[in-house]
Design a protein around this ligand. Sequence first.
Ligand SMILES: Nc1ncnc2c1ncn2[C@@H]1O[C@H](COP(=O)(O)OP(=O)(O)OP(=O)(O)O)[C@@H](O)[C@H]1O
Length: 261
Amino acid sequence: MTNALLEVEHLSKSYGGVHAVEDVSFRLFAGEMLALIGPNGAGKSTCFNMVGGQIPVGAGRIRITGRDTIGLSPRQIFRLGVGRTFQVAQVFKSMTVRENVETVFASRDGGLGFLGRAGSAHRTAAEEVLALTGMAEFAKRPCADMAYGDVKRLELAMALANDPKLLLMDEPAAGMAPLERVELMALTARIARERQIGVLFTEHDMDVVFAHADRMMVLNRGRLIAEGAPETVRRDPQVRAVYLGEGLVYDQAAAARRADA
Ligand SMILES: Nc1ncnc2c1ncn2[C@@H]1O[C@H](COP(=O)(O)OP(=O)(O)OP(=O)(O)O)[C@@H](O)[C@H]1O
């Protein structure tokens, strides 16, 4: 097996008395779609934020492409080849779609990328990324005029502009219509496989997770309670009890109401 892109060992983080993440270990490989799921407050965002450098690690170790990232800033982690999308899309609304992608290249070059030859090289590179994500026709549109689903696709394009080896996607499909969610993740999975990008994503929509994850991990109260192929995780009794079983509980309640009627 090839070396892991991302290696997380005994990762922990507490807030006061709350163990948000406790002793979490896992690895992610090139071209792999790895889903991190769990109920609200399980610690998913805290994990993402430690891997991305947005919050300091409490304890444990993180290596990205073999490099220890503890103490690195989000910008230093970005430069290691890490792309990131957020629950609420983070784009510049006053700019056009293409300008948003150009800001990623400019940022990589220290903020001078809009000038001269660098600016025109970035425009070409931005257009390539937009074509890759099916956004070419939107290039000149102001972001403020875009539908939310297209803004999320733009955010994916911006994450890809850094030519990432690792993509961190915190609820990428939140706020999107069901069909758009499936399409966004299908697009992500296709690009990840073609470019051998490792994707760590969290998602509440189980249709999206089961359709696209190669492997799944389940967090509950900060601890990993299951890990493996989607079908194995789906059948795990502990997982069904804390998370996937919610639907079953609902069904039972509905059945009881019907029986009473
Ligand atoms: N900055 C903070 N200060 C105090 N407690 C926090 C902080 N951030 C997270 N927590 C707590 O840590 C736990 C894990 O939160 P986290 O946001 O990581 O969960 P999550 O799985 O991403 O939830 P959701 O699915 O709702 O986004 C929760 O109990 C939360 O209240």
